[in-house]
Design a protein around this ligand. Sequence first.
Ligand code: AAL
Length: 400
Amino acid sequence: MDFKLLIYCALSVFLFQSCQSTQNSENHKEENEIAVSPEQMDKLGITNAEHLSAASKRALNWPDIGNEWFIEFSSLQPLKGDLAYEEGIVRRDPSAMLFENGKYYVWYSKSTGPTDGFAGDIEKGKVFPWDRCDIWYATSEDGWTWKEEGMAVGRGEKGAYDDRSVFTVEIMKHEDMYYLTYQTVKSPYNVRVKNQIGLAWSDSPEGPWTKSEEPILSPADNGIWKGEEQDRFAVVKKGDFDSHKVHDPCILPYKGKFYLYYKGEQMGEEITFGGRQIRHGVAIADHPKGPYVKSPYNPISNSGHEICVWPYNGGIASLITTDGPEKNTIQWAPDGINFEIMSSIKGAPHAIGLNRSADSEKEPTEILRWGLSHIYNNSDYQSIMRFSSARRTSHKAKGE
Ligand code: AAL
């Protein structure tokens, strides 16, 4: 008996389309034929193949990948030593960790003092916890107890593109050279200020670091503000997904090139059905120092927040958190550009710093077993924490 025999059902679907042009608007009917195998019916628990709900139709399009990308995160744990929470100090947005010279290295944003916001004197105050930051680094033998080693990259001199803040850093090691990439803001830090991306390099994780004279990436220059007021929602034209800010840079060596993944913020950002309009893009270079050319396929994600990407099985995996309709998913792109959802998770720690010494090829999410994140101890001060995650393959009651 042929169990593979497919049941074909003809479904009529009315698609109501309205034409925006001056031409006639019309309703039209389309015939859809959906093939449902007995195995699919059994796996998805479909009652009647002739009556497929919209949910069942979507389920029939799910990839058949089992649960190997599904994980759950545990509660964040505090760090010890110099990276334990300290009143009056902001330590946040940890980079990935490298394991060198018998210890882990991490870089992060550090600033002091409370946040004043935009209402006060922005020339003197601190508008965000990540304003007036420098990039510091710390080391640890076990990933729990950390020693703060000092500043790695400081703000630039007055008038430089990075004179106000350098923050949200990532690290890449390539051919015995180390590259820090980070966000930059030039004074004055007002609501409409454009945020750029800088780079620094060294032959040692301990520096000294040489900074690029110019940013390596800038926002798209095709949005138009409306009026002179400091209002980032008032626009004549929004422009590309990254017309306001390029954020959260992370460079991965990939296919003989360098893929700089980043978060874009758009002028005139809106709240949509998925929350804030936050998207991700990629810019590609032949050399770690650039020039980085934005991919014509951008945006490559219409959801997410801080970038968290790793190589897996010839492609690139990406943890999508916080914003947009596809938040709380892990995605994978065979070419580093065309990402598909591989799993939907309960939620993930923010601003993850991955453990780059993990064997990321062992299984899809091996690199997420443990790493660093941050929490808001209060609205002024944040501290770096440790996350962990585990595969979850069954759901059983006590004693079952
Ligand atoms: C983070 C990151 C960037 C933003 C701010 C600090 O979550 O997306 O780094 O600028 O918030």
